[in-house]
Design a protein around this ligand. Structure first.
Ligand code: VGL
Ligand code: ZN
Length: 212
């Protein structure tokens, strides 16, 4: 595919805490930086997302006594997987990965700012009602198709892709420019389930080579 004026590259959560050695490391998370830099030039529109939690965020296991990271609990907004403290506003771990080209992004969407609500999606918070404003911003720019890359395939990439579809955009995932967490305690592993769920929602898969 040759991206046109109605295509946007959405670079999801390529942040220090999601890289090996970070607070919530995604296996091979650092491997997405090079392909993402390589494909950005093909797009006229690039947006970045940044997980940006206040200290003591509800998604942190440390907020819930007797709970450990990667367990799932039920909150008013629904099921919540608990995580190590990560991407705390203003900390080095919340910064973009060293080496990630951020120079071409006109929009940076920060999410997960509400203390008692998580937001994997760049469009809709975990209550499934509170909007980030991204859909409106993309519509104003004439975007019709969102091409996703970044971290993590089975959480923020998946939810952002599903909600892009929900908001009326076409959505494609660049399969060699994403990496997943694959929480083993979630029904058969979260990564395979994520690809199946995205396929069922009509989300396509492309590769870096398809954009060359
Ligand atoms: C993410 C878990 C918690 C992600 C963010 O970027 O996929 N995962 N916060
Ligand atoms: Zn988070």
């Amino acid at each position: 595919m040759i991206p046109g004026p109605a295509d946007l590259l959405l670079v999801v959560d390529v942040q220090v805490d999601f890289l090996p050695g970070g607070a919530l490391p995604v296996p091979d998370g650092d491997a997405v930086v090079r392909p993402i830099n390589a494909i950005q030039g093909a797009f006229r529109h690039v947006a970045l997302t940044q997980d940006w939690h206040p200290p003591g965020h509800v998604s942190f296991a440390t907020r819930h006594s007797g709970r450990a990271p990667y367990e799932t609990i039920t909150l008013t907004a629904g099921e919540q997987t608990l995580w190590p403290d990560h991407c705390v506003q203003g900390t080095p771990g919340a910064g973009f990965a060293p080496g990630l080209d951020t120079s071409r992004a006109a929009l940076v969407v920060r999410k997960g700012l509400t203390p008692d609500l998580d937001s994997y999606s760049a469009f809709l918070e975990a209550d499934r009602t509170t909007r980030t404003g991204l859909a409106g911003a993309l519509a104003e720019r004439g975007i019709r198709r969102v091409v996703l890359c970044g971290l993590a395939t089975d959480f923020c990439v998946m939810w952002s892709a599903l909600d892009a579809r929900e908001a009326g955009f076409e959505a494609l995932v660049v399969e060699d420019a994403v990496a997943g967490i694959d929480v083993p305690s979630l029904a058969g592993g979260s990564l395979l389930a994520a690809w199946a769920r995205m396929e069922a929602a009509g989300i396509g898969r492309i590769t870096v080579a398809d954009l060359a």
